[in-house]
Structures are given as structure tokens and as C-alpha cells.
Design a protein. Structure first.
Length: 265
């Protein structure tokens, strides 16, 4: 089977990269060329990469992280050398001749995407909320204490104050997210709104409420960062993070379905 990392224009830089790169599970990286395009691939065993094996690997966080790390290492290295169209994680075809057929069948679409992505990087903008700030808002330091109510009434008042503070915090965070998104779009060629990241995927204790990706001209990266900083008005408990630059994962169209040609199900 052929595991495909992505597609670029045929050229010595990507061919040289393939000769020195290591891919998923340590497999060598090779080039499949057709129609003026190249795909970076690894020959992988079906026992580890057919549909049932992939379902197991993608369902286990540890093996998923290993697979993603190796996939992204090849994509990022290729993106550092030439314009490169990343394919989604775990794109697998029956064999290398089938990959060549796909390059020929979809040559025009791939060429158009590569031309569109040329000279661009992907930057992420995330807005996070620190829920602990809502608690501190509800009980600001130095506030004079009124006469103590009954325990039951005190509990209800505390719950009400915390709820109102949390609502205010998320309202402020939403306003910041809107203003930042407006500023970011003025310098971006395209934008994608992703689902907010939660739990282990976020890598943070704060709550992610906005997770956007922007396709930005490489020569406008610093201006983009400055525009986001300028649009980020101070708000207690709200944090704005710019990530990247990345290969344009969010703007690469899905590859033709590997199963459409009768590949293993």
C-alpha cells in the first residue's frame, strides 16, 4: 500500500528531500511522479494500514500522536522546500501506480491548488477563556463584606454571582474574538473556522472558544500578527494566541477517496 503525505510540483528539491526523509513507522519516503506533479509516499504494509488497522490506530491517542507527528514532519519538511499540498492524515492508496493515476486524473485541480497556495503560509488564531477569572470577578479583592446572610442564601448568592461573572467573561471573549477575526481577515487570502479544541487536544487548561485558520501571504505574516495584537483589546481572563506558520493543512482539498477505485475497504 502507498501512504501519501502530499503533492507538489516535480522538482529536485522534493526529490532530494524524499531521499533523506523518514516517514510513518520509520518507512522510507519515495516520489511518485506523473503529469509534472510528484506525490511523497511511503510503501507500508496492509496489515498496519488497511481500513481496520487505521481505525484502531486513529482511535488510540498514543498511536494517533505518533502517526500525526511522522506525517507532519514530512509535510513540514516538504513545505520548507517548495509549495506543497498536504493531504489529510492517513491517506492510503492501493499502490504507487494508483497514486500516479490519481495525479494524472486530477492534475488540473492539483495544479490550481498549488498555484493558489504558492507564496502563502497558514496561521492560526485561537481565543481562550480562563474560567478561573470568573471566580475572581465574582469575589473581587478588597470588597467590603456585607452582613452575613444565612448559609442557604449565601450559597445561592455565590452561585448567582459566579454565573453572572461567567456570562460576562464569555460575552467579553466573544467580542474580542469577533474583533480579532475582522482584523485577521483584512490580511488573509482565505479563512477557515475550525471547531474549538477541548481537553487533551488543546494542550491548555483554559477553554478554547475560537479556533480559526488563515491563509496569509508569507510576506504579510508580521503585519498579520501586528494586526491581531492591535485588535486584541484587554479583557481579564481572555487570551489570544497566534500559531504558525504552518503548511496549509486547512486549505488543502481532500484527496480523491482511495476506496473509490476498489482499494481495500
Amino acid at each position: 500500500m502507498a501512504y501519501v503525505y502530499g503533492i507538489g510540483r516535480d522538482g529536485e528539491k522534493l526529490r532530494a528531500l524524499a531521499r533523506s526523509a523518514a516517514g510513518v513507522d520509520g518507512h522510507a519516503v519515495a516520489v511518485v511522479a506523473a503529469g509534472g506533479l510528484v506525490a511523497l509516499v511511503s510503501a507500508v504494509p496492509a496489515v498496519a494500514f488497511d481500513e481496520s488497522a487505521l481505525q484502531h490506530r486513529l482511535g488510540d491517542l498514543g498511536t494517533l500522536e505518533d502517526l500525526a507527528r511522522a506525517h507532519h514532519a514530512v509535510v513540514d519538511a516538504a513545505f520548507g522546500e517548495a509549495v506543497f499540498l498536504p493531504l489529510r492524515l492517513a491517506t492510503v492508496y492501493r499502490d504507487e501506480p494508483r497514486v500516479a493515476d490519481v495525479l494524472l486524473e486530477h492534475r488540473d485541480r492539483f495544479a490550481q491548488l498549488l498555484a493558489w497556495l504558492d507564496g502563502h503560509v497558514e496561521l492560526g488564531v485561537k481565543v481562550h477563556v480562563d474560567s478561573a477569572a470568573a471566580v475572581s470577578r465574582a469575589t473581587p479583592a478588597g470588597t467590603a463584606e456585607p452582613p452575613a446572610p444565612s448559609p442557604g442564601r449565601a450559597y445561592l448568592q455565590q452561585r448567582r454571582q459566579k454565573r453572572h461573572s461567567t456570562e460576562d467573561l464569555y460575552r467579553a471573549a466573544g467580542a474580542v474574538a469577533d474583533e480579532v477575526a475582522h482584523a485577521a481577515r483584512t490580511l488573509a487570502t482565505a479563512a477557515v473556522v475550525h471547531r474549538p479544541q477541548q481537553g487533551e487536544l488543546s494542550g491548555r487548561r483554559e477553554t478554547n472558544i475560537a479556533n480559526h485558520a488563515y491563509l496569509v501571504p508569507a510576506d504579510a505574516e508580521e503585519r498579520f500578527r501586528q494586526a491581531v495584537r492591535a485588535a486584541t483589546r484587554p479583557a481579564a481572563g481572555v487570551q489570544v494566541e497566534v500559531t504558525g506558520p504552518w503548511a496549509p493543512y486547512s486549505f488543502a482539498a481532500p484527496a480523491p477517496d482511495p476506496r473509490a477505485d476498489g482499494a481495500p475497504q
